[in-house]
Design a binder for this molecule. Structure first.
Ligand code: CTP
Length: 402
């Protein structure tokens, strides 16, 4: 079988050095990679590095090997084009169809999925010109990954970092698997909660649960690959931030509720995959609770946490907003699931059976997705990503046209 052909475009930003790691991940996982750097990218990382790592010649402009018509051939033959880093200048050229070097020509001739991983200073990213260019590219079907937040070149910190190359690789893998299907969540804002809340008793102890967050992260990753703007509200997972998602870190149920309501205010879809503690300790001891000699422990007083899914379903930010819940059940799985769907008021409820060795922390999952309109979609045992894609298929079918 032919190896998938990937074009790695590299624009002239300091993050170009991180693209070397992406290149290695792509070649080591069996992809046939042609690197197309811009002239300014070569000022950061030289041709010898790209050529040695890809095992192929590297060129920048259309005047090399003209008889092979590289400006058309490379783009047409590609199964995926990924540009990492994509600078503000490169995004502007791509949005306007300019073609003054090999990379911009390749972008015009490619008919495969295209992924841009922008990296630049926060001000440049936030500038209306860049944002409009990004919106144009997304509308046309490209996947533009949101930059990560963190340390930038110099003393600055903020949004604009190139996401971790391993995470960009994941986006590429998913985009390749989807092929030329249109990114059906393009232009949509989706909010996903993941992980499990921790309700503190004192500075060192908490009430928690066994949710790993992997299903929520699979939902976030697949939504990015389908073109969505993703806000991932993460509680206590310890997992690396997925590329392309705006990640909000929370600890408790009350923090998760505040973050979810805020993010949901302009969202098209909200998915509550987090395991939220139903109760929290009535009192928080500011100092560590001590055991008192031989005395028996005091009973633990609890108070109810708000039901976030019920609130999100009842107070939708817009009439067409789609709300999805999860239900973990140990007995009477379907009957409990149907009752829960009615009680929560959401559009879809992903019901899975949990037990000692099922679901928590696993890479795979099995579920039935119940719909408020009566639909029932069984999802066979398989990767959490496959379940995530089925959830998005059902969500897309329920989204109103923009
Ligand atoms: N959920 C929520 N707020 C809570 C509890 C749960 O938003 N305080 C959401 C979860 O994120 C999930 C759904 O409700 O999407 C169902 O969670 P589950 O724990 O199965 O349901 P509970 O309401 O806690 O019902 P029970 O414990 O009685 O099964």
């Amino acid at each position: 079988m032919d190896r998938p052909k990937v074009v790695l475009g590299v624009a002239g930003g300091i993050a170009a050095y991180k693209a070397c790691e992406l290149l290695r991940s792509l070649t080591e996982s069996g992809h046939d990679v042609t690197v197309v750097p811009t002239a300014s990218a070569l000022r950061f990382v030289g041709e010898a590095t790209w050529s040695a790592l890809s095992g192929r010649p590297v060129s920048t402009e259309v005047w090399t090997d003209v008889h092979q018509v590289p400006h058309v051939r490379i783009g047409k033959a590609a199964d995926l084009v990924v540009v990492a880093p994509a600078t503000a200048d490169l995004l502007a050229k791509a949005a306007h169809g300019l073609a003054d070097d090999l990379l911009t020509n390749t972008l015009l001739t490619a008919r495969c999925p295209v992924v841009f991983a922008p990296a630049m200073h926060t001000e440049m990213w936030e500038h209306p010109a860049t944002q409009e260019n990004v919106a144009t590219l997304r509308r046309r079907g490209a996947v533009v990954i949101e930059p990560a937040v963190g340390r930038l070149t110099g003393v600055d910190t903020g949004k604009g970092r190139l996401p971790d190359p391993a995470e960009i690789f994941e986006v590429c893998r998913r985009a390749l698997a989807r092929g030329v299907q249109a990114p059906d969540l393009a232009g949509r804002h989706v909010v996903i909660t993941a992980g499990g809340t921790r309700e503190p008793l004192d500075p060192v102890r908490f009430l928690g649960n066994r949710s790993s967050g992997k299903q929520g992260f699979a939902l976030a990753g697949t939504a990015v690959a389908r073109g969505a703007r993703v806000t991932l509200i993460e509680a206590n997972t310890g997992l690396a931030d997925p590329a392309g998602a705006d990640v909000v870190h929370v600890g408790t149920a009350l923090e998760l509720r505040d973050a979810a309501l805020k993010a949901a205010s302009d969202a098209d879809v909200v998915v509550m995959a987090a395991a939220v503690a139903d109760f929290r300790p009535a009192d928080y001891a500011p100092g560590k609770i001590k055991k008192k000699d031989d005395a028996e422990p005091e009973p633990l007083a609890l108070v109810r946490n708000p039901d976030i899914l019920v609130q999100l379903s009842a107070e939708r930010a817009a009439p067409g907003q789609v709300v999805v819940g999860f239900a973990a059940e140990t007995d009477d799985v379907l009957a409990n699931g149907r009752a829960k769907l009615r009680r929560k008021g959401c559009d879809l409820l992903v019901v899975n059976e949990v037990g000692a060795h099922k679901t928590f922390g696993a890479e795979e999952n099995e579920a039935v997705i119940l719909a408020a309109d009566g639909g029932e979609t069984p999802v066979p045992f398989g990767p959490k990503e496959a379940l995530a894609d089925t959830v998005w298929d059902l969500v897309v079918a329920r989204l109103r046209r923009p």
